[in-house]
Each structure stands twice: as C-alpha cells, then as structure tokens.
Design a protein. Structure first.
Length: 264
C-alpha cells in the first residue's frame, strides 16, 4: 500500500492534470464546469474517472475532444497508471464505454459518431476562440492600468511577464493567453510583439474596433457557459448551499427533499 503522502500527492496531480483540460467551446476547465464527477486514485495506483456532460444530447464532437483531452492528461501522470474513463448519461455513452473497455483509441471510437468530421478543423476553430477570449481580457486589463494602445501593442513577452494585475479576469487570463500565444507562434522571439491577431498579423493601432470583435466572441462564450451550467444544474438538480442552507433557487428547482411527516 502506498504511503499517505504519496497518495495525496497523486490525487493532487490527478486533479491538476484534469484541470488543464478545457471545454473546447467555452475555454473553461472541465473540473470547474463540473464535468468530472469523480476522479480517484485506487489502492493499486490505477485511476478511475467518471465524466458527465450537461445534457444527454451534447455533441459527440465536443465529447470526443474533451475525452481525448482527459486521455492525454492521464497519460501525462508521473506514475503512468492504468486508468478507466467512464462517460455517463450521454446518448453515445454505451458505445464510448464499450470501445474504451475494448482498448480502442478515442479516434476509432468516435470515427462513426462524428460522421467523418474534420476534428482538427474543429479544434482550430475553438483554439481561435480561446485565443481571442484570453487576449481580450489582458488587453482590457492593460487599458484599465492606464497604458495607451501604442504602449500595449509595443509589448513583448518580457513586458507581458512583468505586467501585474489585481485579482480578476485579466490576472486569470494572462498566463493562459501567454500559453496560447507561445503554442500558436512557437517561432516567435522574446522581443517580438506579444499582441497580434490569431493569424499573427499586427493589430490595428487603435484597439477600439478590434476589441469589439473580441468582446463579441467573449459574450458568446459566456452565454454558452451560463447556459451549459444551468442545463447541468437543472438536469441533475445540483444543490447550492449558502452558509449551510439551500438557496431559494434550490427550492424553485425542486432540488430539496422535504422529509415526510411522521406516520405518512
């Protein structure tokens, strides 16, 4: 049996790795979205993950991208465990779980379900949206700090790394934008402009119109995120507790069980 400290370290690493997997449409960690219902390291060091999407009919393409992300995350665990991933309450859960149990690759499992869709093109669509959403938060944060558009557009990676934000969206998205920038433009140098379009072109000197485009992307993603969370909460009647008590919303959505009167 593994020591308690080693077990705790593995559990921490497991959740950290899963937290690096994003919902492709929303650019939010699947752990924060509540899609990982259970992730455990069992006695022999193997890993079990239960995965649940907000609706029964969630697109198989999204399910594929997220489950493939989960697989990659589990493959990166330091102790290289055996693992089992189970998809619950989805229209293709049976096919997916049967394929996983048979040792098939996710690409093979979803080959028919995705109707030969070009998943790499789909991935690129979501990478672009994520890039724009993260970039907008940082640009707005820098503007709020009093920097001019010219100063912002003249920043390189060194200047971005030196920028400090109060806790909030800009602080959250700064390292995520940096990661997206480095991944998208691996040939760039430390002194190259860090704020460019997703195609790598210079951003117009006046940021107004450009930020309007980014804002539209962010609003769409935030709306989809709120809808997704609402659907999941309603479907599974997840209970929100404030100061140890259910909220009014919980009673409205019939999430709270009222105990039967004695003798009934």
């Amino acid at each position: 049996m593994q020591p308690a400290s080693a077990f705790t370290s593995r559990v921490t690493e497991l959740w950290w790795r899963l937290g690096e997997v994003n919902d492709p449409e929303l650019d939010e960690p699947i752990t924060e979205m509540g899609f990982v219902e259970r992730a455990e390291v069992v006695g022999d060091g193997s890993v079990e993950v239960d995965f649940r999407l907000p609706t029964y009919w969630c697109s198989p393409n999204f399910a594929f991208l997220m489950l493939d992300g989960v697989r990659k995350a589990l493959d990166q665990l330091s102790w290289s465990p055996l693992y089992r991933v189970t998809l619950h309450d989805h229209m293709f859960a049976e096919e997916v779980n049967r394929g996983i149990a048979a040792g098939k690759a996710f690409g093979e499992i979803f080959g028919e379900l995705t109707e030969d869709l070009d998943l790499e093109t789909l991935r690129e669509t979501f990478r672009v949206k994520a890039f724009k959403r993260r970039q907008e938060a940082v640009l707005v944060g820098l503007r709020q700090h009093g920097l001019t558009d010219r100063e912002i557009l003249g920043m390189d990676l060194t200047a971005l790394d030196a920028a400090r934000f109060e806790p909030g969206e800009a602080a959250k998205q700064k390292p995520r934008y940096r990661a997206a920038y480095v991944e998208r433009f691996p040939g760039r140098h430390q002194v190259d402009p860090v704020f460019v379009t997703c195609e790598g072109a210079p951003i117009p000197t006046t940021l107004g119109a450009y930020l309007a485009d980014l804002r539209a992307v962010r609003i769409n993603m935030e709306f989809n995120g709120a809808l997704c969370r609402g659907l999941k909460q309603t479907r599974y009647k997840e209970l929100d507790v404030v100061d140890g008590e259910p909220t009014l919303v919980d009673f409205i959505l019939d999430r709270v069980r009222v105990p039967a009167a004695p003798g009934i």
